[in-house]
Design a protein around this ligand. Sequence first.
Ligand SMILES: [Zn+2]
Length: 348
Amino acid sequence: MRALVLEKKGELSLREIALPQDVGPDDVRIAIHTVGVCGSDVHYYTHGAIGSYIVRQPMVLGHEASGTIVEVGANVANLKVGDRVCMEPGVPNLSSRATKLGIYNVDPDVRFWATPPVHGVLAPYAVHPAAFTYKLPDNVSFAEGAMVEPFAIGMQAAARARIVPGDVAVVVGCGPIGIMIALAALAGGCSKVLISDFSAPKLAIAAQYPGIVPVNIGEQSLVDAVRSATDSWGADIVFEASGSPKAFANLFDIVRPGGAVVLVGLPVEAVELNVPAAISKEVRIETVFRYANIFDRALQLIGSGKVDLKPLITGTYDFSESIKAFERAAQGKPQDVKLQILLTGEKG
Ligand SMILES: [Zn+2]
């Protein structure tokens, strides 16, 4: 079938490619409806690699997807043909030690869509285990369903933070994931979330949500902003979502004594961490790698109306225009949070 293929660094094509379509007894087959363009997809396109994951052979991109079930395996009881669903893109080894511990996101054997050498789902159909396929509530659109994957990272960060109602949080970095974290932190009980960035357009998008306070660090130091927002006490929780080495320099200046620092942004190289500053405040440090056991909760939260991700969808392209969508995403326009691709025209 026709798919969006990353041939090699910098070269995309829409072309026929053979993708496995055999539905095993525990699998479902999905007619893909919407796929979000993720920073990681764009990075493979522009750089050909992320860390040790290197694109060595043509790979179909896309891992933020929703669609409709068109076939179910013999053992599948919880889903049926016609169900609207979204899919968790990482499939762990179900008998691994990590999976048994409930931390299947860090299973060394996890196979994740559009992470070399595993194909993604920018194609009309995909086969996936039913166990990692989630029914959308009736009031959740396909577009929102395809936003669950990035939102799940925000939810995992909020869960790792162990938010207490009324907490004040800071999110460092106002990219798509930073905004997802801020929304998840508010939904998780934070009274207020300060979010920092250099980019005024990015901050303006985040600031449209009540409870999110933008801090433009081109104009004001984050340390000062947090001091004045917390009577100099510091934030209960600091989420690092920029991955920028500079951001790590003052994380422990903005967290309160006994607070938590949650590391989400992935620095390209090793960064320095001020351990004496962390110890003197007895800061709890958490890290976040993707998510586990979050998709169903994310869908409930979106379905409840407590989280509205629709304003973050800033462009929609037809599948036939998907290379254009990637070219636009690669420009990294500050006004763009999430671009999505629709595959509805591809079904014969
Ligand atoms: Zn993603």
